[in-house]
Design a binder for this molecule. Structure first.
Ligand code: G3H
Ligand code: 13P
Ligand code: ZN
Length: 330
């Protein structure tokens, strides 16, 4: 058993207490490699923001779970070395069953998500409760999910979203004992969150998506006052990255994300954790494609991964300051 406490990590309890009181959201940034982790730590230290390092099942398969854990331990040391100690949590993203949650809890994670949203309500309750009972023995926090996001969640693909039913949330939270709850109010995973026909176009031809269902969020907040709510699928899909990718040989079509002012509004309400992965992928890919196009003779990975890391860091700093409001809260 490796406790996250021995790695210098923290669970999400105090982070969320601060976020609820302060009207901001904690960034949950996914990472799979060193450059992404460097960008996250540098950005969060420079903006003095708490941060949740998020690891998916795909990331564990890609990078190796032991390496990822030790990278998170390294992130704690690196943040100190950069001159500011920030709270850092290591969180399993979209845990699909009890076994993967247990493996993470036993191996240094401070927080896990059990995503039972694709099961029946009763099965979701039973599975989530089982994970909570195990996790809480070790002071590990647990995120559950109610409602289904359209798009891809690791290897689970949902054709259509199902909004969270506010009338279920109190029962779910009290029966399971979860520490936070992911909900579905119109966000989805990936860089194509809406079909073009669901959007309107502004004068520059940019697709404007339908607004998030703030009425559902507000109803949930009424029923669970002060309880931390999580928003998945919260990338904004910045048009400048999409344009750069397409200008330098990429082919992203009809990409559309969640407008940043809507995320800011959600962070001021009950949303305490905002998950961002796709925007980081876009920022890195845009930078790498530009280097490859501008300097076709370049073959030193540091010369394209370095600029990708720097662009990623800049994006995270801006998100912390202007979107999530987590800057100066760490
Ligand atoms: O919600 C899913 C995250 O973006 C992780 O994606 O499963 O491709 O690592 P992944
Ligand atoms: P995006 O695909 O919008 O970045 O969402 C990431 C996410 O929810 C990870 O769990
Ligand atoms: Zn997600």
């Amino acid at each position: 058993m490796i406790s996250y406490k021995d790695l210098g990590l923290v669970n999400t309890k105090e982070m969320f207490e601060g976020a609820v009181k302060g009207g901001y959201a904690i960034p949950a940034y996914n990472f799979n490699n060193m450059e992404q982790l460097q960008a996250i730590v540098q950005a969060c230290v420079e903006t003095k923001s708490p941060v949740i390092l998020q690891v998916s099942k795909g990331a564990r398969n890609y990078a190796n779970a032991t390496l990822l854990r030790n990278m998170a331990r390294g992130a704690v040391e690196y943040a100190k070395e950069l001159g500011h100690e920030i709270p850092i949590a290591l969180h399993l993203d979209h845990g699909s069953d009890f076994e993967i949650c247990k493996a993470c809890i036993d191996n240094g994670f401070s927080s896990v998500m059990i995503d039972g949203s694709h099961h029946s309500y009763d099965d979701n309750v039973a599975l989530t409760k089982k994970v909570v009972e195990y996790a809480h023995k070790f002071d590990v926090t647990v995120e559950g999910e109610l409602g289904v996001l359209a798009g891809i969640e690791d290897d689970v693909v949902a054709e259509k979203s199902t909004y969270t039913k506010p009338e279920e949330v109190e029962d779910f939270v009290s029966k399971t004992g979860v520490d936070s709850l992911a909900i579905s109010i119109g966000t989805s995973h990936g860089a194509n969150k809406f079909k073009p026909e669901q959007c309107t176009k502004n004068e520059d031809g940019i697709l404007i998506p339908p607004p998030l269902r703030f009425d559902i969020l507000e109803e949930i907040e009424k029923r669970l006052p002060g309880f931390p709510i999580v928003l998945h699928g919260a990338s904004s899909v910045p048009v400048e990255y999409v344009n750069t990718i397409n200008e330098y040989g990429g082919s992203l079509k009809d990409s559309v994300g969640i407008p940043e002012q809507q995320l800011r509004k959600a962070a001021g309400l009950a949303v305490c954790k905002i998950n961002i992965d796709s925007d980081g992928r876009l920022a890195m890919t845009a930078a790498v494609r530009k280097v490859f196009a501008d300097e076709p003779g370049e073959f030193d990975p540091r010369k394209y991964l370095g600029p990708a890391r720097d662009q990623l860091k800049e994006m995270y700093m801006r998100k912390n300051r202007d979107v999530l409001g987590s800057a100066d809260r760490g």
